[in-house]
Design a protein around this ligand. Structure first.
Ligand code: XIL
Length: 333
């Protein structure tokens, strides 16, 4: 039987997002069999890895990197600067007052230097800045604490610090909704600014939290072409295909189905995955990695999100780790 990593050997590494609990038992077996790259799902985010000013929690991220090395897999680091899962202490002093631009920049530099430095040579690519562009409005900058306190140059600073800490690592800007036309344009403007300033950015990560109804092929291709026209490589960093109609749900602000998995959903999902990987293969000269966000339908971050109490089935392996119809369409081409 074919595996993902063998089928895509001539194209790009196939990764998966993991927590330490995935590194034993049936999850670990499936990971070793199918994938050749790992991303820590949470363990390297600012909060989990740097919970207090002078304390890092290295145990979980170290375990993930060690597992990858032992099994000959690459590691993508995720993520050095994000507005979510970042501890309050980062932005405040001991009297709970908001820190100055200088203090926050110094903290960002120290953090990036320590984290990237620890894994220097073992992490080949980093999501340096995550989700800095807002979904709505005309500004290209999300009003995050980093933006409010430092200003727009926090982004280039983060890339410069990461590059200084490991000059060989490939550095990515990572975001979702990269196929919607207004956000695509804003992300493009941001990336263009960075490139024009010679900021050491190597690529753009399309998260790829998609669904059976999105994105449309032409929209995805347009994003790949537009971003890569800047000389940037592209990675799909957090791929999953929800069986729910997320786009309609956002528009109508309600769940569009009972949550029950139907044969029709699985058919549509297989067709969507087939289309996506056709596009990835077509653009193999610029796409340098594809990472799935979680291992199997047994457990996905989309269970209970965005609709509480509703399960999702967004991956290529079912709840018993068996390949789904979508898997066949991805490996047979
Ligand atoms: C998610 C994780 O999968 C969850 O376990 C956690 O509770 C929240 O974050 N975009 C990203 C990822 O860049 O870091 C997010 O991961 C999913 C959306």
């Amino acid at each position: 039987q074919k595996t993902l990593k063998d089928a895509y050997n001539d194209f790009f590494p196939i990764g998966v997002a993991v927590a330490p609990r995935n590194l034993t038992g049936p999850d670990a077996e499936l990971i070793k069999e199918q994938f050749n790259s790992l991303t820590p799902e949470n363990a390297m985010k600012m909060g989990p890895i740097h919970p207090e000013p002078n304390r890092y929690a290295w145990q979980d991220p170290d375990a993930i990197v060690a597992f990858a090395q032992k099994n000959g897999m690459k590691v993508r680091g995720h993520t050095l600067c994000w507005h979510n899962q970042t501890p309050k202490w980062f932005f405040t002093d001991s009297t709970n007052k908001q820190v100055s631009r200088e203090v926050l920049l110094a903290r960002l530099k120290q953090h990036i230097n320590d984290v990237v430095g620890r894994y220097k040579g073992r992490i080949y690519a980093w999501d340096v800045v995550n989700e800095a562009v807002p979904d709505t409005g005309t500004s290209i900058y999300r009003r995050s604490k980093f933006y409010e306190i430092i200003g727009e140059d926090y982004i280039e600073k983060a890339f410069e610090y990461a590059h200084a800490a490991d000059p060989a690592a490939k550095l990515f800007y990572n975001d979702y909704n990269t196929e919607s036309s207004s956000k695509r344009d804003k992300i493009y403007q941001l990336l263009k600014k960075l490139k024009d300033k010679n900021v050491p950015v190597d690529g753009v990560g399309l998260q790829g939290h998609w669904s059976i109804s999105e994105p449309a092929k032409q929209e995805l291709e347009k994003s790949i072409e537009q971003f890569s026209s800047l000389g940037l490589m592209i990675q799909i960093t957090e791929l999953d295909v929800s069986v729910h109609q997320k786009e309609h749900e956002r528009r109508e602000k309600r769940a569009t189905d009972s949550g029950e998995l139907t044969a029709e959903m699985l058919e549509k999902q297989a067709a969507q995955y087939k289309m996506l990987f056709e596009v990835f293969r077509k653009y193999k000269s610029v796409i340098t990695g594809v990472t799935f966000w979680n291992v199997s339908d047994k457990s996905s971050w989309l269970d209970n999100f965005p609709v509480p109490g509703r399960k999702d089935y967004p991956l290529l392996f079912d709840q018993n780790y068996k390949p789904k119809k979508a898997f066949d369409g991805v490996v047979n081409f």
